[in-house]
Design a binder for this molecule. Structure first.
Ligand code: DGL
Length: 279
């Protein structure tokens, strides 16, 4: 499996279920490839964990997906993209038996889109406490758009609301409105808001309800799909290593039956998950 010419599925990693929203966007854009989705549900949430722990857990997941033959792994998780991607790309990949395999994240493609959307150049970023504290979005935005102003805002209650199937409840309105009000109190000129967490699209109806009129939302599923399609066009040496049977396997570090049940909240199809162990 570890030989240089390995071919296989595209790996999509998330701390848990939320990355299924990213997987859905990728499969909509690129339906013919094979995919392996890995959710580290046993150790989620990552959003409140330290840099070192998120890095170690993410590296273990990437290595597992590589051992299953994936030549390319997408970190669907914003927290993992913020805290682990750069170290894995720069320090770990070059030392692996096949350094031609690749790991990509969701932050760069999301930020690239902003130039087409924002007029005021004032960007709001909703994310987990870990993603916001890492300042990864702010740094990427100032690199690509030095004139833009980014305001990050952590929403610690939003992931638990989704995980506990409370995203449609009246209680969710309170927490969604509260965080939106706080973000716009910090910068009333924001005209574009990034949903920088895999779970937040599940709160989309309520977020739209409380977002000031005229503010654009940036959703990652579609963007990641389009960006991956573009990447594979520009990298035929990688594209030809990805197998094409339109299949998708779902792996979880928690209970397979619970994953299969919860995945139906995120996806419109039935899922038959398999249990694996990391670490
Ligand atoms: N997947 C995480 C993210 O996109 C959210 C859930 C978590 O905290 O693990 O940041």
């Amino acid at each position: 499996m570890d030989d240089k010419s390995s071919t296989g599925a595209i790996g999509v990693f998330d701390s848990g279920y939320g990355g299924l929203t990213v997987l859905e966007g990728i499969r909509a854009a690129l339906p013919h490839y094979d995919y392996i989705y890995l959710g580290d549900n046993a150790r989620a949430p990552y959003g409140v964990r330290s840099f070192g722990i998120v890095y170690r857990f993410t590296l273990e997941a990437v290595q597992y997906l590589f051992s299953m033959g994936c030549p390319l792994v997408i970190l669907g998780c914003n927290t993992a993209s913020a805290k682990a991607l750069r170290s894995i790309q720069q320090n770990d990949l070059p030392l692996m038996s096949d350094p031609s395999r690749r790991v990509l994240g969701v932050i760069r493609p999301t930020v690239e889109k902003l130039g087409q959307i924002s007029r005021s150049g004032h960007i709001g970023v909703f994310g987990t406490p870990g993603t916001v504290a890492s300042h990864s979005y702010d740094m990427e935005i100032s690199k690509l758009y030095p004139d833009f102003t980014a305001t990050g805002h952590a929403c610690p209650m939003w992931v638990p609301l989704v995980e506990n199937r409370e995203s449609m409840s009246d209680g969710a309105d309170y927490f969604v409105k509260q965080e939106i009000d706080r973000l716009f109190a910090d910068d009333p000129l924001i005209d574009t808001v990034i949903l920088g967490c895999t779970h937040y699209p599940l709160l989309l109806d309520k977020i739209r309800k409380y977002l000031p009129a005229g503010v654009s939302l940036v959703l990652q599923g579609e963007i990641t799909g389009a960006s991956l399609a573009d990447y594979l066009r520009r990298h035929p040496e990688m594209e030809c290593r990805i197998t094409r049977n339109a299949s998708c396997r779902y792996l979880t570090t928690e209970s397979a039956s619970r994953f299969s049940e919860m995945a139906s909240v995120f996806l419109s199809t039935q899922v038959d998950a398999e249990h694996i162990t990391l670490g």
